[in-house]
Design a protein around this ligand. Structure first.
Ligand SMILES: *[C@@H]1O[C@H](CO)[C@@H](O)[C@H](O)[C@H]1NC(C)=O
Ligand SMILES: *[C@@H]1O[C@H](CO)[C@@H](O)[C@H](O)[C@H]1NC(C)=O
Ligand SMILES: *[C@@H]1O[C@H](CO)[C@@H](O)[C@H](O)[C@H]1NC(C)=O
Length: 777
């Protein structure tokens, strides 16, 4: 009985010794150089045109980031192995927590020793969220591409460019670069490699390709390899989750949880992060959505491939494994029966599902149960990323709530559909009467709100249909909206910031109205800020409608909260614009001095408005030009509460000058006079606002601290790394859909390759042919 105490004492002693004694000697003499420091050094080199410096530092930054992750995973896995939690039968209840914390302390000591040997002090490797995001977006490869090109190392330049492009498929400049590279002498097809490709995903995709070509034997090898790699990657992903507690914004200032609450808050974050590994591993860079049902899909493909190679034992093993996820899947059950009949019951009986998967499912389910419990009791949001979770894992109350939410969503979308049809009908009638009358506007109408002053009219701004107002929002509101933009941008990768068209000089982040509301609903940004965003957009709409004396109402076409941040470094020689000169509703051809009102321009847009939040940055002036896109006719310097508005046609070409230092934030809104062109998101946003804020309207129940509802408090934030999970369909949906699919029952019992009913389906959005991705370039 005294043993645990002794152990604890010994552990404490050991801890005290290592703490008081000299630092653990470092393996290579020096601790690992932090990768953010190297990244910064590379960026500085870039601005000095020191290409060797870019390459040396950036390559080391990428390597050290890898090493950092490797050391962390290695240490955590090793220490978990060395100091497991053993339930000791002899320990009395009152000693249990000592036993428990004994293990905790030893684990901490093990980790500290393991990590500091290689990494030095932990604080050395604290990297800002921004830098982490840059690495996630593969920005280092953008720099490397330029540097390698400059020193004429074409193969490396191409690989860097390709690696960057895979994660940023909308990056037009890089796409052009790649096209250019393809035409260059000495560039080989094999140079277009993704240097950050993840083994499990590569193997899976290669497997699917062979499978689709009916090369089953070869595909089996790749799928099996993919599974080993997947489970390894999963283990590492989970180990990496054991990081520090992530506070939401400034919530650490009032955080005062007691021992067990603090442990709970932190542990639940870790669990959420671990659950998110399923999403993480099924995600491909540059693609919005992870592959559905990724892990089960391996077994689905495998069972059919084994069947085709007449390996019935393995085929049965794989159907059984698949059925661990979806026990009621009709097709799979039938396949299994068929294989068993072919092989003979005697032999089939002894074949089990793969145990490793059973262990995986069991532990994942236990995690889910804890997370749902934390959700019910502490209101910590948990959204299950998996479709295979059995229904009964989710608490009944939450299940019911989600059901009503789904029904509401379905009803809303139907109502919107009807509404749109009605509106279309009405408008068709009306447009026959008059289209162009509304264009005969006379500016100068009342601005409707106290504190809003008209500073300049069209004449003062050297053009037509232009207006400048100040005082549209207060300094506090400016701050809050700017904070909202920054919070939303960092709320996991659910919102992917895009590099500005002229990277690497600026970073661009934006959040739409609906996205902000959804983030607020998930507790990732404050509800009040999202509501402010919503209210301010409506205020701007009303001001414009009144000021330009429009005879028809304005409707929202697009609403976007946007920040542009200058990348640190020497920006003096920049000649590019932050946003090049364009017209909002037509395609500007500045050489021909014409503007064609046709797609892909947003021809439906009639008025544009930009409301600024701040002036503490350099550059970034808004400019109007002539149709030549060169002669500047007016300039607007952004400031908090300043609103520039103008009609969206060829009379108003405009752009934004380079932001050379700091962050420039604002709210851009485009309006249309045609109600049919109202963005659909807006209707959904209206409904969401009603649901979240209008307690009187059939939502009185929302007042009760319902499950899943955010309650205020330190545990509110939810894990930062969970962004991706929130876009997932709720648990159960997909599974039941699959099992209940009509026509899933085949008439004969032979598994066929009829992809409609039987045999595995390749996940629809797996690019089966990566070669074709290259050819698209
Ligand atoms: C855990 O430790 C044992 C014994 O040292 C070793 O055989 C095993 O491979 C280790 N497991 C892991 C996951 O490192
Ligand atoms: C997983 O859980 C099930 C049901 O609780 C149990 O029967 C089974 O033995 C567990 N399997 C493993 C490998 O842990
Ligand atoms: C309008 O043009 C005049 C004369 O070129 C110029 O001085 C003035 O600054 C312009 N107005 C704005 C708002 O830029």
């Amino acid at each position: 009985m005294a043993q645990p105490l002794l152990l604890l004492a010994a552990a404490l002693l050991a801890l005290a010794l290592t703490l008081s004694g000299a630092e653990v000697p470092l393996a290579d003499g020096e601790p690992l150089e932090p990768y953010d420091r190297l990244f910064d050094a590379a960026v500085n080199s870039y601005h000095r045109n020191d290409w060797q410096g870019v390459i040396i530092n950036m390559e080391r930054a990428l390597k050290n980031q890898q090493v950092l992750y490797q050391v962390k995973t290695h240490c955590r896995l090793q220490c978990n192995n060395q100091t497991g939690f053993v339930s000791s039968a002899s320990s009395r209840d009152f000693l249990f927590d000592l036993n428990f914390f004994n293990t905790v302390l030893r684990k901490a000591e093990c980790l500290r020793a393991c990590k500091s040997t290689r990494l030095g002090p932990d604080s050395l490797h604290q990297v800002t969220e921004e830098t982490q995001l840059e690495f996630k977006r593969r920005t280092p490869y953008n720099y490397l591409q330029v540097a390698y090109f400059k020193i004429k190392k074409l193969d490396k330049a191409v690989a860097a460019a390709y690696t960057f492009f895979v994660a940023n498929p909308e990056h037009l400049e890089m796409q052009q670069n790649l096209e250019y590279y393809k035409l260059m002498a000495g560039v080989k097809e094999s140079d277009f490699t993704d240097l950050e490709a993840r083994p499990h995903m590569e193997s899976f995709r290669a497997g699917v390709r062979l499978y689709t070509d009916e090369q089953f034997l070869a595909s089996i090898e790749l799928f099996e390899k993919a599974l080993v790699q997947y489970l390894q990657a999963d283990m590492e992903c989970r180990a990496l989750c054991e990081g520090p507690y992530l506070f939401d914004g400034y919530s650490y200032m009032e955080y005062n949880a007691d021992l067990f609450q603090a442990i709970t808050d932190h542990y639940i974050q870790i669990l959420s992060c671990r659950q998110n590994c399923a999403v993480e591993l099924a995600s491909r860079p540059g693609k919005e959505k992870p592959i559905d049902n990724f892990l089960p899909a391996h077994y689905d493909h495998l069972q059919f491939a084994y069947y085709n190679t007449e390996n019935y034992e393995k085929a049965i093993e794989c159907t059984k494994t698949y059925l661990l996820f979806y026990p009621n899947d009709e097709v799979m059950n039938q396949n299994q029966q068929y294989y068993e009949a072919v092989l003979g019951d005697q032999l089939a009986r002894h074949i089990d599902a793969r145990e490793r998967v059973q262990v995986y499912i069991n532990s994942s389910l236990l995690e889910k149960e804890l997370l749902y419990f934390a959700n019910e009791v502490f209101g910590i949001t948990f959204i299950d990323p998996d479709a295979w979770t059995p229904e009964n894992v989710m608490p009944v109350k939450l299940r019911e709530k989600q059901k009503t939410e789904r029904e509401t969503a379905a009803r809303i979308s139907e109502e919107i559909g009807n509404l749109m049809k009605e509106i279309e009908h009405l408008v068709d009638e009306k447009t026959k009467e008059s289209v162009e009358i509304v264009k005969m506007v006379r500016e100068g109408g009342p601005v409707l709100y106290d504190g809003v002053q008209v500073v300049m009219n069209s004449k003062m701004m050297n053009g037509t249909q232009r207006g400048l107002m100040d005082g549209v929002i207060t300094p506090n509101q400016c701050l809050e909206l700017r904070m909202l933009s920054n919070l939303a941008a960092s709320a996991g990768d659910g919102y992917r910031g895009k590099p500005s068209p002229h990277t690497p000089n600026e970073r661009f982040q934006g959040v739409t109205m609906l996205k902000a509301l959804k983030l607020a609903q998930d507790g990732k940004v404050p509800l009040s800020s999202a509501k402010l965003y919503y209210d301010v957009s409506e205020k701007v709409r009303r001001i414009l409608e009144s000021y330009y004396r429009l005879e028809k109402p304005l409707h929202f076409s697009y609403t976007h909260l946007v920040c542009r941040t200058a990348v640190e470094g020497n920006q003096v020689e920049r000649a590019d614009l932050s946003h090049s000169i364009h017209v909002d509703n037509c395609i500007l051809n500045s050489e021909a001095l014409e503007c064609r009102k046709e797609t892909p321009a947003y021809t439906q847009r009639d008025y544009s408005a930009i409301l600024y939040f701040n002036n503490d940055f350099e550059g970034g002036e808004f400019i109007f030009t002539e149709l030549d896109a060169k002669s500047i006719t007016a300039r607007v310097k952004p400031d908090c509460g300043r609103l520039v508005s103008f009609s969206s046609g060829s009379e108003n070409p405009h752009g934004v000058e380079a932001v050379t230092k700091g962050q420039r934030c604002g709210l851009a809104i485009w309006f249309t006079l045609d109600p049919r062109q109202t963005e659909r998101d807006r209707f959904e946003a209206d409904e969401l606002v009603k649901m979240l804020f209008d307690l009187d309207v059939d939502q009185v129940a929302a007042k009760a601290p319902a499950v899943g509802e955010k309650t205020l408090g330190p545990s509110e934030g939810g894990p930062q790394s969970q962004g991706g999970a929130n876009t997932q369909t709720p648990a159960g949906g997909q599974a039941t859909e699959m099992a209940g699919e009509p026509g899933a029952a085949p008439s004969n019992k032979t598994p066929t390759r009829d992809t409609e009913n039987q045999g595995p389906k390749a996940p629809a959005d797996v690019p089966l042919n990566s070669a074709s991705t290259k050819q698209e370039l």
